[in-house]
Design a binder for this molecule. Structure first.
Ligand code: URA
Ligand code: SF4
Length: 251
């Protein structure tokens, strides 16, 4: 599989094309197609290791009781971790505050830091294509946030301390949003939400729980851009999310 050609194809034009009803959906990457993904009879529920630590109760959190405007102000002036020293601006999140779906990434990159919106660079284009593949669109029934709100220099992975310092903001976002399903994109998001060591390969394809809200884990889009072979797995994960959602709805 020739990387530059695929990147150009992805290039980031539509990558994820839903050609049929979800049950017979295929991934169009110009390569041999993965087999149709059958609908599971039942949704497997995660058998994770017990959480390493219980998340601290909200009292004492810097975000307790805040509404969206206060949260945005608190994040933009936050100095709880060293990432505040190098950011251009904090990036709280974007989308529909009544969304059923919440996607949580790792942290802003250069473009996100410059524009103040999550997932607007290359990984963001892939995320948009992934959303489109399951009939979703940024801003409509979808909210997008990150584990850390400030850009880690050189796009390094945020440290556990930085992620922990920023977690109260994400927790408050989830309290305000009350999504029906949370999608953790990559390890930092999965680990901060589940408060456990997570390996994506082992954790994907199962329903986890974040304080009573179902959560699924999948690969981060930036990782998928580097590791094209896992795209078929990401496609399976999208189908899993899609078919999980109706089972979660009260209607
Ligand atoms: N990667 C992320 O995890 N988040 C962004 O906002 C952009 C890239
Ligand atoms: Fe504050 Fe989070 Fe930014 Fe760190 S990353 S300074 S905790 S908003």
């Amino acid at each position: 599989m020739e990387r530059t050609r695929i990147l150009r194809e992805m290039g980031l034009g539509p990558v994820w094309k839903l050609r049929a009803v979800p049950a017979e959906a295929v991934l169009d990457v110009g390569e041999p197609q993965p087999a149709s993904i059958p609908l599971a009879e039942s949704v497997p529920v995660a058998d994770l290791n017990p959480p390493l630590a219980t998340a601290p109760a909200m009292p004492g959190s810097p975000a307790t009781g805040m509404g969206w405007a206060e949260l945005a102000a608190a994040v933009s002036s936050c100095r709880r971790c060293p990432l505040c020293q190098t950011r251009k601006q904090a990036v709280l999140g974007v989308g529909d505050v009544n969304a059923d779906w919440l996607f949580v990434g790792e942290g802003p990159g250069a473009e996100e830091d410059a524009r103040g919106e999550p997932f607007v660079g290359q990984a963001g284009k892939l995320l948009d294509n992934m959303l489109a593949a399951i009939g979703l669109r940024r801003g409509q029934n979808v909210y997008i946030a990150n584990a850390v709100k400030c850009r880690p220099p050189e796009n390094r992975t945020p440290t556990p301390e930085e992620v922990a310092a920023c977690r109260p903001y994400l927790e408050r976002q989830i309290e305000l949003l009350q999504p029906k399903l949370i999608v953790a994109l990559g390890r930092p998001a999965a680990q901060t939400l589940l408060q456990a060591e997570v390996k994506i390969a082992a954790a994907r394809g199962k329903l986890h729980d974040y304080r009573g809200i179902p959560l699924v884990v999948t690969y981060h889009p930036a990782y998928l851009l580097r590791t094209l072979l896992d795209k078929a797995k990401a496609w399976e994960d999208l189908c899993f999310m899609k078919r999980s959602m109706p089972t979660l709805r009260g209607d």
